[in-house]
Design a protein around this ligand. Sequence first.
Ligand SMILES: NC(=O)c1ccc[n+]([C@@H]2O[C@H](COP(=O)([O-])OP(=O)(O)OC[C@H]3O[C@@H](n4cnc5c(N)ncnc54)[C@H](O)[C@@H]3O)[C@@H](O)[C@H]2O)c1
Length: 336
Amino acid sequence: MSTYLVTGAAGFIGYHLTRRLLDRGVHVVGFDNLNDYYSVSLKQDRLAQLLSHDHFTMVEADLADQSAVDGVFAKHDFDRVVHLAAQAGVRYSLENPRAYAQSNLVGFVNILEACRHAQTPHLTYASSSSVYGGGTQMPFATDARVDHPYSLYAATKKSNELMAHSYSHLYGLPTTGLRFFTVYGPWGRPDMALFLFTKAILEGRPIDVFNGGKMRRDFTYIDDIVEGVDRTSQQIAKPDPNFDPGNPNPATSAAPYQLYNIGNNEPVELGHFIEVIEDALGIKAQKNLLPMQPGDVPATYADINALESAVGFRPATSIEVGVKKFVDWYRDYYAI
Ligand SMILES: NC(=O)c1ccc[n+]([C@@H]2O[C@H](COP(=O)([O-])OP(=O)(O)OC[C@H]3O[C@@H](n4cnc5c(N)ncnc54)[C@H](O)[C@@H]3O)[C@@H](O)[C@H]2O)c1
């Protein structure tokens, strides 16, 4: 039986990934500090489901606490580490930048050091589509350079990719970074548009629509993200035999380092996304049209050819199917 460490196991993506791993017979150690960035009871309810499984062990601790991270690695011999815990959210990084430094930078060094000393066979970690900043060359491809983040959140995610590369180069630690594109689905995050809109519409309140609803997002359904994470984490990153330092491909390396996008490859205008939510709820939204928010990017669109050729998978869930599943979960969970 293989053993995985999943950091952020009480979080949206970590919870779903852990369920998937448990279902296929993996022993999972979860690591999460259950912080109050959003509803702690939602995190506890996700965890309660995982804890009912015999092959799940939970460690409640902070990534920035080196001894806590080292302690987990001293106790278990991990076949894979999937590092999803982070301070997420673009807008909150303008309000509380230091939370990002602690969790995403200090915490990431602790994970890298622990993997290095434990000689972990493969570290897979969450990056983000936000690293593409205001790039206009669509779709966004991992072999394009990305050096102009629009938010500190994005800057910490790009930093994680750079830090991972240094460990792949120095210590031969195989690392794979996954740039997720706007993930949504049941048990989703209360700070994200789908959750905020559904809640407000059901409560008869207006929704805040930034950039007049003209933003485009490559909304990606949670099951597609989990499929991509599970497949890529099983496939250990290898050095690229064609890597050319004179013309370096940012997505690979002479070291065992790899980057992939996981996105739906089908950007949707926010205005249309709202129509799909209205249809799923059977209620029209009242809209508060607002300007673009600082730190936000106008569009995201994932090139997923590299993902498909590496692991034979492309996300394909339509927003009509995915939004309906979220709305059904929301009504059920909150008994509405
Ligand atoms: N959801 C998305 O659309 C999206 C898009 C791009 C990237 N990502 C990245 O994917 C990963 C998972 O995102 P999510 O949507 O599941 O977010 P989430 O906030 O639901 O999950 C993150 C979990 O990490 C935990 N955590 C945060 N800081 C911690 C710390 N210092 N120590 C221990 N635990 C800590 C939180 O308590 C939370 O449960 C994150 O790295 C995020 O940046 C998410």
